[in-house]
Design a protein around this ligand. Structure first.
Ligand code: C2E
Ligand code: CA
Ligand code: CA
Ligand code: CA
Length: 279
């Protein structure tokens, strides 16, 4: 009775009720967003201090006719809860592959990769490997150009199934990066079994790297772990030269962050590249 009482109070909380109705409205509109052409991919450069441009991560943007730009922070969780992340995620993969076909013809970009965020629910689809394969064939791209960013939440699925899927995708030539590394609850003994190419240091650790000794120690540990386990390592949320220098000194030479560029539309991304290439 006590629990029911608590639920009742929660249910009639007016603020909560408004939030729920708002979410329901956004969800209904999100259903239409793909067909209405309201989704767009923004590109954020990934750069290596020594090897130069590595490619870009694609980040989803939703341009709602009335609400304006809705942040993925606000709609990705809704898309995940409702299962809409499946068609949306497919659209993201297809758009990224379409972009890869353009890059493949440009000299100097042969080794560039596009990093695509894949949500746990999307990865857990039984036929995820077949879907990716289908998209690759459809767009006739070199699968080496594709990197999939997974989060630790994928390990909620049976670990053997995850490993099997990752191996199958690896065999196609696709790399994996572990996004937001260190923020999840999965154990290292679990993670070490995954065929990963890269660890991505979460921006929450990078932010105060030069002032907070704990964050500095965490980042150094992730870099050392990457080196020992032979993973590449990239830091996200790099905003200052001081952060970049700290990372480089400690053995991480790949960065992504506002210091280099915010995520931008493809036309702006191309401008950025031509400026960087002219230097
Ligand atoms: P994420 O994958 O961890 O992406 C990094 C987020 O940090 C992005 O936010 C990016 O714009 C932001 N960021 C990049 N550099 C900096 C920096 O220097 N400083 C700061 N403060 N922030 C920086 P965004 O674009 O709002 O995306 C938020 C999250 O939404 C992503 O976090 C990802 O989890 C999710 N997301 C975005 N696009 C997709 C998608 O296509 N599919 C899925 N499943 N999730 C997506
Ligand atoms: Ca990411
Ligand atoms: Ca991330
Ligand atoms: Ca993050």
């Amino acid at each position: 009775a006590k629990a029911a009482g608590r639920n009742a109070i929660r249910f009639f909380d007016p603020a909560m009720q408004i939030a729920l109705e708002e979410n329901a409205a956004i969800l209904a509109e999100l259903h239409q967003a793909i067909d209405n052409g309201e989704l767009e991919l923004y590109y954020q450069i990934q750069i290596d201090e020594i090897k130069g441009i590595q490619g870009a991560e694609v980040l989803l943007r939703w341009f709602h006719p009335i609400r304006g730009m809705v942040s993925p922070i606000d709609f990705i969780p809704l898309a995940e809860e409702s299962g809409l992340i499946i068609p949306i995620g497919r659209w993201v993969l297809e758009s990224a592959c379409h972009q890869l076909t353009e890059w493949e013809n440009i000299p100097g970009r042969e080794n560039w990769q596009i990093s695509v965020n894949v949500s746990a629910l999307q990865f857990q689809q039984e036929n995820f490997v077949e879907i990716v394969e289908e998209i690759i064939v459809l767009h006739n791209i070199n699968p080496r150009g594709l990197k999939l960013e997974l989060t630790e939440s994928i390990v909620l699925e049976n670990i053997d199934i995850i490993i099997e899927k990752m191996h199958q995708l690896n065999q196609l030539g696709i790399d994996f990066s572990m996004d937001d590394f260190g923020t999840g609850y999965s154990s290292l003994s679990c993670l070490k079994r995954l065929p990963l190419k890269q660890l991505k240091i979460d921006q929450s650790f990078v932010r105060d790297i030069t002032t907070d000794p704990d964050d500095a120690a965490i980042v150094q540990t992730i870099i050392n772990l990457s080196n020992s386990l032979k993973y590449d390592v990239i830091a996200e949320g790099v905003e200052t030269q001081e952060q970049r220098q700290f990372l480089f000194k400690n053995g991480c030479s790949q960065y992504q962050g506002y210091l280099f560029s915010r995520p931008v539309p493809i036309t702006e991304f191309e401008q950025l590249i031509s400026v960087l290439s002219a230097d």
